[in-house]
Design a protein around this ligand. Structure first.
Ligand code: HEC
Length: 271
């Protein structure tokens, strides 16, 4: 009986602790969702030479903003739904329409910089899942070029609705299961490295695209890597994106960038 009593006490304490942890995480997540950063000022960003074609390449071919913001960057009503194929218990998270029919209509350069580099939406909310923590390193030229391309977008689609993160979504956010990008973007410096087939430039590309986040690249050969980028096929022959097997997200990435990515993979993961 004594043993049972102790098992009960231990289990009870564990459940109690889990509840306390859940409540703490909930409040952390709730704080992230409700905080307003509208009045926050950030250190000025370097903005270099804007080149619309370079911006198009970064947005469409290299980073693939449309993977979340939808075709024509005209927005996706619920990204959680899109990711999981059914309504998510985490709540609803739209990826805004970036064209003049959506948030693009209310953005100025400062607004784009705040979203891209500091994780702050144009209503002051801290952004989640939007990878601002990675984009924060964008060089002055690349940042200016992306903004110039976004400002050149033709109007498309309708504005999307607001986000609504559920209690479970807030606990998950508090636990870091999906990223609070406002927090991740704080204090990140811009990176200026010349575009060349170097590991250093590859590291910059990894930072802004996360190309190395999705697979364990440690035992890949150069051939495996180049095949993934040029054909969208993994070493075991399966598609990079099983949901769209005919779609190769990196098919238009230019040679110098692929060389730089491989140089980085070799240096970082041993190749
Ligand atoms: C992994 C998915 C994902 C990718 C990739 C992504 N975004 Fe986002 N983006 C989001 C989500 C989700 C939001 C809204 C987040 C929220 O409301 O908390 C957002 C918000 C934004 C906002 C703020 C809009 C507003 O309401 O003020 C801008 C601007 C933006 N994204 C631009 C971009 C650009 C440009 C790129 C590519 C360089 C990009 N995003 C790539 C998911 C993504």
């Amino acid at each position: 009986m004594k043993v049972l009593k102790w098992v009960g006490i231990v289990l009870g304490s564990l459940i109690g602790l889990a509840l306390v942890a859940g409540v703490v995480l909930y409040f952390i997540g709730d704080g992230s969702v409700t905080a307003s950063h509208a009045d926050e000022t950030f250190e000025a960003s370097a903005l270099g030479t804007a080149d619309v074609e370079r911006g198009r390449y970064l947005v469409e071919d290299l980073i693939g903003c449309s993977g979340c913001h939808g075709d024509d960057l005209s927005g996706v009503a619920d990204l959680m739904f899109e990711f999981e194929g059914q309504a998510s218990p985490m709540g609803v998270l739209p990826a805004p329409n970036l064209t003049p029919n959506g948030v693009g209509g209310n953005m100025d350069t400062d607004g784009w910089v705040r979203a891209l580099r500091h994780g702050v939406g144009n209503d002051g909310r801290g952004l989640v899942i939007m990878p601002s923590g990675g984009f924060a390193t964008l060089s002055g030229d690349d940042l200016a070029s992306i903004i110039a391309y976004l400002e050149s977008l033709p109007p498309a689609g309708e504005p999307v609705g607001g986000r609504s993160i559920s209690t479970m979504g807030k606990v998950a956010l508090g636990a870091g299961l999906f990223p609070d990008e406002y927090k991740l973007a704080q204090g990140v410096e811009q990176v200026e490295v010349p575009r060349a087939a170097t590991a250093e430039y590859g590291a910059y590309l990894a930072g802004i695209t996360c190309f190395d986040c999705f697979f364990d690249l440690s035992d890949w050969s150069e051939e495996d890597f180049r095949r993934m980028v040029s054909e969208g096929v993994l070493p075991d022959g399966s598609a990079v994106d099983p949901a769209n097997p005919d779609d190769n997200p990196w098919e238009n990435v230019e040679e110098v960038d692929i060389d730089a990515m491989w140089a980085y993979v070799e240096a970082e993961y041993g190749g």
